[in-house]
Write a protein that binds this ligand. Sequence first.
Ligand code: 6GU
Length: 256
Amino acid sequence: MRIDVITIFPEYLQPLRAALLGKAIERGLISLDVHDLRDWTHDVHRAVDDAPYGGGPGMVMKPQVWGEALDAVAPRTESDEHGTEHGTGRRPRLVVPTPAGRPFTQRCAQEYAAEEHLIFACGRYEGIDQRVIDDAARRMPVDEVSIGDYVLVGGEAAVLVIVEAFARLLPGVLGNPSSAAQDSFSTALDGLLEGPSYTRPEVWRDLAVPDVLLSGNHALVDRWRRDQALVRTFHRRPDLVDRLPEEALDERDRAL
Ligand code: 6GU
């Protein structure tokens, strides 16, 4: 998979080259290019922002600079100019992190893991001139996404989060692929939160591991884990329980 990130703080994306993702890059599973937005400015000040039309606080990122940057990173194709059918090459998807975006979820992570080429456009200040997004949407799929109900200074930290979320789903990135299959929000868990985990020793600071986990009875262990997932989700994320499809709960679940 190819990943491009456009930002005014390229050094902020360095953590993507560390640890698990760094390994995936070294092994050629992911190619990562981080671009400095200011490379596409033409003035001595290398300005990327300007005052908002209509007034108000903050600055807005200029469309001309972003337009050139996106043209360079996602070159226009024949079909963009002539409206002809696309060849075999799939269009990249443009992802714009913004607190005003649609919620980024595990489902989005799964969708991104199936893409060939993702481009991340990191905005700062009050955001990017909307025409940049509208223009890009004329030739590629564009997602404006938020990673939660809080405001960050810029999209960079969100890109770290989003890339980490989908990259671990790529074949060969995780050492043990079944760990992703059993995650919180996974289909195996019906979208519930994962329950607690334990390892040795059996008793630690007076706290014992639940007996059932030592029983060797796999059916009982599975049932217990399911109960724990339900109880935890009910307490911490009642919204997730409400959204469960009727058939996701068996009689035993409903009794809890
Ligand atoms: Cl994706 N970007 C910014 N700047 N702030 C956010 C966010 C994204 N998600 C939540 N807050």
